[in-house]
Design a protein around this ligand. Structure first.
Ligand code: PMP
Length: 482
């Protein structure tokens, strides 16, 4: 079969047998798909040989670039030993060593000892050398694995609920979440979501939650301005906490950036304020760092920016450098110890997925974390974050660019029909989608969130590639919006 026939063959089979995520399949079957054959660094190559910049890190996961030798080698080495055995009743070195490493990294931002994990000199083979009793109970110390961001969130919710049961507090059976929140697509994660477009159809299936306002300054509900608003949205959040304290088991939040809600960057002090409120009202704080974790915001975790330590931390996406599915829900010793008891007490956390703590994924994650240190990924990112900011500023004058939001390597360019009134483009005009189609023709793969064009390059992207990424995006925006 020659290459052209092979491409046709794959395309036809795709259209006949596959159902793609978040995709209107009627439209999909009408056009030719991009069929990815290879990746290298910040680039993806399609089956016909055309190269594209991977402008969204293959859905926000790629950290050190595609086909990173160290990660690939770690996976291959692990394959030669074993690819998978269960964590139910057994254990294995990759899961154990990774758990220890994750706790160490998280401890760094809790202890405020370090701004950046990679600056710390320690040997990964050394034990933590701190007994549990030496640490305050609120420290994040326990790692529970799963396979993806949604399950990391489900686990956090169920842990928080069950924690209060074990504490003898019965009424705490709901959650406080935010408008525009996105925490995944399983039913529990959708229940704590706040994006009508994705979530409203499922509303009859969902459990009740309370919704606090989103810190979306560009479209502030009460029409206030930061900083004179003095974080009015926290005021609203506190009202809900006060009124429903007895029902709220935990608050869940995407720290600093509400990703899928449109790359909504919270104003300074907001996250710290949320932490303070949770502590004040005795509500567990779940930080969903599925998107923001592993360097995305310029620090290892977004919570670091405001010296915030959650009670439960959800991690996924970048944890393996973007190579294999893995997630972790990290909890404090306080939460964990509430589940200890005799078998007959039935305090066990009855939850677990078949591939929980898979060896290959854990081996990839260990290599990923070593690379952060070896390549000083976070330090090297800082100049690129500034460059990205400078390049993006050029789009500020565009007549349909309403706002450009950036936190580290998370960018949302909100396109509007009318810049003065902030009137949004109607959904059916598919403006964001059209910009991404135009970018694709130019050799850039990006995905929109409604009318928000998202840029999420791999952390390893070079200065020149970063410039090209923004230039191609700007051209596409200009050509589509005029
Ligand atoms: N939480 C956040 C903040 C996310 O951005 C996502 C995915 N974009 C998820 C959870 C769900 O992760 P997954 O798609 O791996 O289930």
């Amino acid at each position: 079969m020659n290459i052209q026939s092979y491409i046709k063959h794959i395309e036809q089979l795709d259209k006949q047998y596959l159902w793609h995520p978040f995709t209107q399949m009627k439209e999909w079957t009408e056009g030719p798909p991009v069929i990815i054959a290879e990746g290298r660094g910040s680039f993806l190559k399609d089956i016909s040989g055309k190269w594209y910049i991977d402008g969204v890190s293959s859905l926000w996961v790629t950290v050190h670039g595609h086909r990173k030798k160290e990660i690939d080698d770690a996976i291959k080495k692990q394959v030669d030993k074993i690819s998978h055995s269960t964590l139910l009743g057994l254990t294995h070195p990759p899961a154990v060593l990774l758990a220890e490493k994750l706790v160490r990294i998280v401890q760094n931002f809790e202890g405020k000892k370090l701004r950046r994990w990679e600056d710390k000199k320690f040997s990964t083979s050394q034990p933590l050398n701190l007994s549990t009793s030496q640490l305050p109970d609120s420290k994040l110390r326990r790692v529970f694995y799963s396979d993806n961001g949604s399950t990391a969130v489900e686990i956090a919710l169920k842990m928080a609920f069950q924690y209060w049961r074990h504490k003898g507090v019965k009424g705490k059976k709901t959650f406080l979440t935010l408008n525009n929140a996105y925490h995944g697509d399983t039913v529990g994660a959708v229940s704590v979501g706040g994006i009508d477009l994705f979530h409203s159809i499922f509303s009859p299936l969902l459990f009740k939650t309370f919704k606090a306002p989103s810190p979306y300054c560009y479209r502030c509900g009460p029409g206030k301005k930061y900083p004179s608003c003095r974080l009015f949205c926290l005021h609203e959040m506190e009202k809900i906490m006060k009124e429903h304290l007895k029902e709220i088991a935990a608050l869940i939040i995407e720290p600093l950036v509400q990703g899928a809600g449109g790359m909504i960057v919270s104003p300074p002090g907001y996250l710290k304020g949320v932490r303070k409120l949770c502590s004040k009202y005795g509500i567990l704080m779940i930080a969903d760092e599925v998107a923001t974790g592993f360097g995305r915001t310029g620090r290892m975790f977004a919570c670091e920016h405001e010296d915030v330590s959650p009670d439960i931390l959800c991690l996924a996406k970048g944890i393996t450098g973007g190579c294999l599915p893995l997630a972790a829900t990290v909890t404090s010793e306080e939460v964990y110890s509430a589940f200890l008891g005799e078998y007959k007490d039935l305090k066990t956390f009855f939850h677990g997925h078949t591939y929980t703590g898979n060896q290959l994924a854990c081996a990839a994650a260990l290599a990923n974390l070593d690379l952060f240190k070896k390549e000083k990924t976070l330090n090297r990112m800082q100049k690129k974050i500034d460059l990205l900011k400078k390049e993006l500023e050029k789009m500020n004058s565009f007549s349909h660019v309403g706002e450009i939001r950036q936190r580290g390597f998370m960018v949302g360019i909100e396109l509007v029909k009318n810049k003065k009134t902030k009137e949004p483009y109607p959904l059916e005009e598919k403006t964001g989608w059209k910009v991404c189609c135009r970018a694709k023709e130019k050799g850039l793969l990006i995905r929109p969130l409604g009318s928000v064009v998202v840029l999420m390059p791999p952390l390893s992207i070079s200065h020149q590639e970063l410039k090209n990424l923004v230039r191609l995006t700007a051209e596409a925006v200009k050509e589509v919006t005029g």
